[in-house]
Write a protein that binds this ligand. Structure first.
Ligand SMILES: [Fe+2]
Length: 319
């Protein structure tokens, strides 16, 4: 059988199973004022989604179940929960789009810090904190961790002054503060800005693995696919600096049991870290050294890094 539901080969004399002109008619309905990108992307989407329906002989009931799932995700989404994004995440779409957007043409060993998905729990305007402060409030049962390192130009190795680290992670109960009425607002979040030496340091917790929220459509999908909702323990970052391409990333605890089966497929080898036992600091039991490497816009465009204009990054560049 060929694609598009067209029967051929041994059955070449049979008519098309479905109207062979239908999809092209839908694509051709696009008007002359549609932008070239819109025209290209939507023609491709229509083609693929129609092929998908034909190849799987999707019924009206099945299609309607999909529509209802999207509607339910929309109804469930608020400024504290992004269910549509979560549905994409369990299908691997955000991780794939992240890879496409940030892939370097060359896989140099000294590449910038790899990116990972933003996920649905980032909040704008996390508190600005002083270097060396903690992001942990009202929690006394976590693995206290001293995280430190530098923000560097990946090409020159020079420290970057004025780089901002926006960090967030879950509490030991597996919940981000906006999911948990018992945590103070903006707990386990903070923004830190480097000085001349490019160094940063702060106190956080060694994170725990947690289930993505599975009381909505994303959870329903996982259940139907016989999959678990767990994410390996990770800390989220957005690192920005004037003149540099921002990175959205996560670092993952090597010893987490879900390190090889993340429910949203975000783990990359270069983002796996080791929490080290830490002696001599009354405020921390673990140490986590980690350097971030950023590409300047100049380097990024020279080396074919996609999405490298300051405009395209503006969503994370400012307050
Ligand atoms: Fe997360």
């Amino acid at each position: 059988m060929a694609s598009n539901g067209i029967i051929d080969g041994n059955h070449g004399s049979r008519p098309h199973k479905f109207d062979p002109n239908f999809t092209q008619n839908v694509i051709n309905a696009t008007g002359p004022k549609a932008s070239p990108r819109m025209r290209k992307v939507m023609a491709s989407l229509i083609q693929h989604i129609h092929d998908f329906a034909r190849e799987n002989e999707i019924t009206v009931d099945e299609w309607m179940a999909g529509v209802e799932l999207m509607n339910e995700a929309g109804r469930m989404s608020t400024d504290r929960r992004n269910e549509g994004q979560l549905v994409c995440d369990v299908l691997g779409l955000e991780s794939l789009v992240d890879e496409i957007t940030f892939k370097l043409a060359s896989d140099a060993a000294d590449a910038p810090t790899a990116t990972a998905i933003l996920g649905p729990f980032w909040r704008k305007d996390a508190p600005v904190r002083k270097m060396g402060e903690t992001i942990v409030f009202g929690i006394d049962n976590g693995d206290r961790t001293y995280m430190h390192g530098r923000v560097l130009d990946y090409r020159t190795g020079e420290p970057i002054e004025g780089a901002e680290l926006d960090v967030w992670h879950t509490a030991p109960n597996g919940l981000y503060e906006q999911q948990d009425p018992d945590q103070p607002d903006m707990n386990l979040r903070g923004r830190f800005t480097t000085g001349k030496d490019g160094k940063y340091n702060f106190y956080c917790l060694r994170p725990t693995s947690y289930p993505i929220p599975y009381d909505g459509p994303a959870g329903k999908l996982l259940q139907l696919l016989d999959r678990h909702p767990m994410r390996p323990a990770h800390i989220h970052f957005i690192v920005t600096a004037p003149g540099y391409k921002p990175i959205v990333t996560q670092i993952f605890d090597r010893n987490d049991k879900h390190i090889t089966d993340d429910a949203v497929f975000a783990v990359k080898d270069s983002l796996i870290v080791e929490f080290l036992p830490y002696k001599g600091d009354p405020n921390a039991d673990f140490e986590l050294p980690y350097d971030f490497r950023l590409a300047s816009y100049d380097d990024a465009s020279k080396h074919s890094l996609a999405g490298t204009t300051e405009e395209s990054a503006s969503g994370f560049s400012g307050q």
